[in-house]
Ligand binder design. Sequence first.
Ligand SMILES: N[C@@H](CCC(=O)N[C@@H](CS)C(=O)NCC(=O)O)C(=O)O
Length: 185
Amino acid sequence: MIKLHQFGPAWGLTTTSPFCQKLETYLRMAGVPHQVVRERDTRRAPKGKLPYIEEQDGRLLADSGFIIAHLKVTQGDPLDGWLSPEQAAQAHAARRLLEDSLYWVGVYARWIDPIGWKGTEAALFAKLPWFLRATVVPLIRRGLRRTLAGTTRTRSTRSAARTSTRSATCSATSPTSSASGRVRC
Ligand SMILES: N[C@@H](CCC(=O)N[C@@H](CS)C(=O)NCC(=O)O)C(=O)O
């Protein structure tokens, strides 16, 4: 049976990570038998991120998108096999919107925004020994702040994150926005 290595649950979700949630949901909906292994860190992960899967022969495979593509080839494609080329292209565009754009707004909201961070800290780190909370956690946040500053769409400010969410959502639902660059929808 496939082992799915992913971050643990919080906020009523089976995992805190959107990419883990995506893969777990795919496995469940496609009826792929699997066992969830809860991970705390990413050091064993082939690409340094979660999720990854461990196949029956011990092979490790990383990246939710690659894993799903691999499973479609090896186990069939019960969920998307019926899509027309046009529908598959639309699904791809929606996926890119969620994963490359809105995901980063979520990262900002959870890890950087002072109000969001209070909830994240309470949910994920309340039980961590104080010295780890004082050393490792600020390092994680600093890394994420740097990553966010490197993305073109989301800077580390609340108004930028809000504008990014609106403009990404609007461009998906309506191809026109105002000439002034202000987002109206
Ligand atoms: N492209 C990857 C992205 C995975 C990813 O970004 N995972 C995050 C959690 S949502 C992670 O492991 N972050 C921990 C880290 O970067 O150290 C996928 O689709 O699996």
